[in-house]
Design a protein around this ligand. Structure first.
Ligand code: GTB
Length: 221
């Protein structure tokens, strides 16, 4: 990437989570901060996301997107992978270790995130239904299966496969979606893992940037 090309990402003008860093621009911001790539942000209202100008960038009318010169990308995982492939710091040099880190990226998005999102969507859209209690138990069980398996694999390790990678970056953002649910608390090693991710200076800069969009000030300001 030419140094002169400052990538532009899109994010919510007003995030429904009130700046808690749950929207998926957070993972892109974090990756950009990890690799030291400055970026600009185009903030979009919900109606702007559905207009044709934005649908040219994102066929499903969502955030985040990423523009860098002639390249326009959507899908947070694809954007993080793009950044990780073009900059040092998010994927190991060794070919096999790199392939394993990419496998963890897919695991975060394809295996761990779906049951977490399904549980969250049910709470958002179905919690007034008479059958919600029964469904909640099933959905929470599915989340617990993945948390147990992930916790068992992580053990006492610092990161999922040696050094911090884009796989960890995505996994931490996925696990953070359980904040406030009470589901993570029985997995101390996963809580410590998320805390390690959140303690990274690049994470903090990314969090503060998206927080400032919502509040107009720094987290402790
Ligand atoms: N698979 C896509 C990706 O990874 O980029 C999914 C993109 C996506 O779901 N984008 C959401 C969006 O644009 C924002 S992140 N939604 C608007 C729409 O579809 O019309 C999902 C999200 C939003 C808000 C919270 N929150 O407030 O807690 C959490 C997660």
């Amino acid at each position: 990437m030419s140094k002169a090309t400052i990538p532009i990402i899109t994010a919510f003008e007003r995030s429904p989570d009130r700046g808690q860093g749950q929207a998926r621009d957070m993972r892109v911001r974090w990756a950009l901060e990890e690799v030291g790539q400055p970026y600009e942000v185009r903030l979009l209202s919900f109606s702007e996301m559905k207009e044709s100008a934005h649908r040219m960038r994102h066929p499903f009318g969502q955030i985040p997107t990423y523009e860098e010169g002639d390249l326009a990308l959507f899908e947070s995982g694809a954007i993080v992978l793009h950044l990780a492939e073009r900059h040092a710091g998010l994927l190991p040099e060794d070919a096999n270790a790199r392939a394993r880190a990419i496998a963890w990226m897919f695991a975060a998005l394809n295996t761990v995130e779906p049951p977490i999102v399904e549980r969250g969507m049910a709470w958002l859209l179905e919690r007034d239904k008479t059958w919600y209690g029964e469904r909640q138990v099933i959905l929470e069980d599915r989340v617990h299966v993945r948390l147990r398996e992930l916790s068992s694999r992580l053990g006492d390790a610092e990161w999922l496969d040696g050094v911090f990678s884009a796989g960890d970056l995505l996994m931490v953002t996925v696990l953070r979606r359980l904040n406030g649910s009470g589901l993570m608390e029985s997995y101390p090693s996963l809580c410590a893992y998320v805390a390690r991710g959140e303690a990274r200076p690049a994470y903090k800069r990314a969090f503060e940037a998206q927080w400032a969009v919502f509040t107009g000030k720094a987290p402790n300001g």
